[in-house]
Ligand binder design. Structure first.
Ligand SMILES: NC(=O)c1ccc[n+]([C@@H]2O[C@H](COP(=O)([O-])OP(=O)(O)OC[C@H]3O[C@@H](n4cnc5c(N)ncnc54)[C@H](O)[C@@H]3O)[C@@H](O)[C@H]2O)c1
Ligand SMILES: O=C(O)C(=O)C[C@@H](O)[C@H](O)[C@H](O)COP(=O)(O)O
Ligand SMILES: [Zn+2]
Length: 358
């Protein structure tokens, strides 16, 4: 761990970023743990076995739980199977769960940890860029229901997060690019230096061997750590991390999760940038910068599904809504997040027309 960077989140836990770290998970579990359940996607058992082997060598009773890949992991049925496994293995409050995988797996593992015995420790080992910079950090856990994305969940901070950049070597290119959406989001809401790094070398940004990868990960994690340290339960400030997500989650829902989360958030950021411009918050230059930087790394900026009514229904279920009033995080300028409350139907549809390409 000598070359690793440690970012503290509140007074609670560390996010460790570096290389060759998979055998270090035990060090993040804390005292008194005997049993560990390593939850991982069935499609990705190699990393999970490395983690479990290192835990066994350190004397933990580690076992593996394979779950379906990607969004198929985030269901009540899968959570229920894990609860059964924990019950049969006699998991107590001094035992722990380790989530190894992308954001879908860590959201599920975190949710099961939050609910088992009303809360046991969880350590996350994110294996996607998106997981490292966003999903594994901050304690939002959850599963989907047929009505929408992340509608059931809990805030449950992890005991630690281990980001081993080496694992990104096997990540499919499209998933790496999808992770850049949340990196770029952190740039727009709080750290413009991120945007400058991506804009200076967008081709490099799309590669797992990007020489700026570690700096991008560290900067995005710092943005997230600062926000959730101040507002874990999303009373107000934390909403800024939801930039682009109202429309993004609606696309995911309407398209039955055939879009990657990062791809949908990319279009969602352009949608909300247009909404900000139409409502007098953002200027033309800021909207153009969204399209330019997202396009430059290969992310989508249009949605051509012609599903406005379905999208609107899905947006109304957004957690930032209050009663029948939709609320959006908008930018008044670069790194100047604000809220747009109750935009008119004309405004909502006007922004949709602009991301639908005409
Ligand atoms: N809790 C939060 O704060 C938060 C934040 C952002 C996103 N999310 C959630 O995260 C999820 C998206 O996460 P994601 O983008 O990581 O996608 P994902 O978890 O669906 O993983 C994408 C794909 O990459 C594969 N994969 C993962 N790591 C790999 C590796 N190293 N090598 C090869 N293949 C690998 C997975 O098997 C999967 O097929 C969504 O459900 C989203 O809602 C949560
Ligand atoms: O951590 C947060 O807060 C976020 O909003 C980060 C988002 O990138 C993430 O996708 C989150 O899961 C969305 O949460 P939700 O509350 O809109 O379900
Ligand atoms: Zn997100």
């Amino acid at each position: 761990m000598s070359d690793a960077t440690t970012i503290r989140v509140g007074d609670d836990y560390d996010v460790v970023i570096g290389r060759d770290l998979l055998s270090e998970v035990g060090g993040l579990l804390g005292d008194g743990v005997e049993r560990v359940l390593v939850v991982h996607s069935a499609a990705l058992s190699g990393f999970a076995e490395s983690v479990a082997d290192s835990l066994l060598r350190q004397g933990y009773a580690a076992s593996l739980a394979a779950v379906p890949d990607a969004e198929a992991a985030k269901t009540a049925g899968v959570a229920s199977r894990l609860w059964a496994q924990l019950g049969q293995a006699g998991f107590t409050r001094s035992d722990a769960i380790v989530g190894v995988g992308g954001g879908a797996v860590t959201d599920l593992a975190g949710f099961v940890a939050a609910t088992w015995l009303r809360g046991v420790r969880v350590v996350h080992v994110p294996t996607t860029l998106l997981g490292m910079v966003d999903a594994a950090v901050g304690g939002k856990t959850g599963i989907n229901t047929s009505e929408g994305k992340n509608l059931v969940g809990a805030f449950h901070a992890p005991a630690g997060v281990l980001c081993d950049l080496d694992v990104l070597a096997t990540l499919p290119h499209a998933d790496l690019v999808a992770g850049l959406a949340e990196v770029i989001k952190a740039g727009f809401i709080a750290d413009p230096e991120i945007l400058e790094l991506v804009e200076a070398d967008p081709v490099g940004a799309r590669r797992a061997d990007n020489r700026h990868l570690r700096e991008l990960v560290e900067r995005a994690v710092r943005v997230k750590a600062d926000v959730v340290s101040a507002d874990l339960k999303e009373a107000s400030l934390r909403e800024i991390l939801n930039y682009g997500h109202t429309f993004g989650h609606a696309i995911e829902q309407v398209e039955h999760f055939s879009w990657r989360h990062g791809e949908a958030v990319s279009v969602g950021m352009v949608y909300v940038a247009e909404l900000a411009r139409l409502s007098g918050h953002a200027d033309d230059g800021l909207v153009a910068r969204h399209r330019d930087v997202l396009t430059s790394v290969g992310l989508p900026t249009t949605y051509r599904g012609d599903r406005w009514e379905d999208l609107l229904t899905a947006m109304r279920r957004d957690k930032k809504s209050r009663g029948s009033t939709l609320r959006f995080v908008v930018l008044d300028g670069l790194a100047r997040p604000n809220r747009l409350v109750g935009p008119s139907d004309d405004l909502l549809r006007g922004a949709y027309t602009l991301v639908a390409g005409g």
